[in-house]
Design a protein around this ligand. Structure first.
Ligand SMILES: [Zn+2]
Length: 288
């Protein structure tokens, strides 16, 4: 595997046919990853998921799955936690069928709880139930990936996600660079040292397995008070963070990584990222 893989969050915008056929299109473009978006609910059945797996294998596309947005593992309302666990279970099952290596999810919110610590503990407890379910269906191949969230009201700082993964086996923090940048109001992820610090923290706390590969989201992002507002393209230079800084930092650490483009122009910006990394890290860092 080359060090860095690139692909879109969901069906490429330049392809009009079915999602399964779009994997061939991605390969022809020179991309090698795709995140299946179950963000509005896990609706794929087993038959179709298996077809997706076959198409991914044929085209050398590494699949991941983004779980529904309506997940709140730290809700003070027990029925909402139960529903969130159920949505995550369905995500794990679908990921297992399609051969997606990781389920990315936003862990929850602080609202209604006495402290961020309480939210974290509730999320960990819920994730134990998900991990049990995963084992019960023999889906231990699927990693649980809490994503760094973009709003200050959301559970999911890097430290919190690391804490979750310390307690739960088969768990790995997903680094959304844009969210980290937005949440810090443009203060963090502004230097190569910040990027190296993120990677080293994960390695130190969870071991090198957690960055083989590091799963990441990237786009430019607009923020305001409280964090993220909306995603932007890499051509919109008035927004950050700088992809050049991110790739430079990663290249220095020696980790491998999967970059999912969450830009409004999805695969087109995945290609821009690939070009930037090729220039920084060399041909052997990117696939053909
Ligand atoms: Zn996300």
């Amino acid at each position: 595997m080359p060090r860095f893989l690139f692909g879109p969050a969901g069906k490429p915008i330049g392809f009009k046919g079915d999602l399964i056929a779009s994997l061939t299109y991605l390969r022809e473009l020179g991309l090698n990853a795709m995140e299946y978006e179950a963000v509005r609910g896990v609706r794929i059945n087993k038959e179709r998921a298996v077809k997706l797996r076959e198409a991914a294998e044929e085209n050398g596309i590494k699949l991941s799955l983004h779980a529904p947005y309506f997940i709140n593992l730290s809700s003070p309302e027990e029925h909402k936690v139960a529903k969130s666990i159920e949505r995550l279970n369905r995500s794990v099952e679908a990921a297992h069928w399609m051969g997606a290596y990781i389920v990315v999810f936003h862990p929850g919110y602080y609202k209604g709880l006495s402290s961020p610590q309480e939210a974290l503990e509730k999320a960990i407890e819920a994730l134990r139930t998900v991990a049990k379910y995963r084992a019960s269906i023999g889906a231990e191949d699927v990693i649980l990936g809490p994503e760094t969230t973009g709003k200050t009201t959301q559970l999911g700082t890097l430290d919190e996600n690391i804490a979750m993964c310390r307690e739960i086996g088969g768990c790995r923090p997903v680094v959304d660079w844009a969210h980290m940048y937005a949440r810090s109001m443009g203060e963090y992820i502004t230097s190569v040292d910040h990027v190296i610090e993120v990677v080293e923290k994960i390695e130190k706390e969870l071991g090198t397995e957690a960055v083989k590969p590091l799963h990441m989201h990237f786009s430019h992002i607009e923020y305001g008070k409280g964090g993220e507002r909306m995603h932007h393209t890499l051509a919109e230079k008035e927004y950050g963070p700088s992809f050049e800084i991110v790739c430079r930092g990663l290249a220095e650490t020696g980790v491998s990584g999967v970059f999912i483009s969450e830009s409004p122009i999805l695969e087109k910006d995945a290609l821009v990222m690939k070009d930037v990394c090729r220039r920084i890290c060399g041909e052997r860092c990117v696939a053909d």
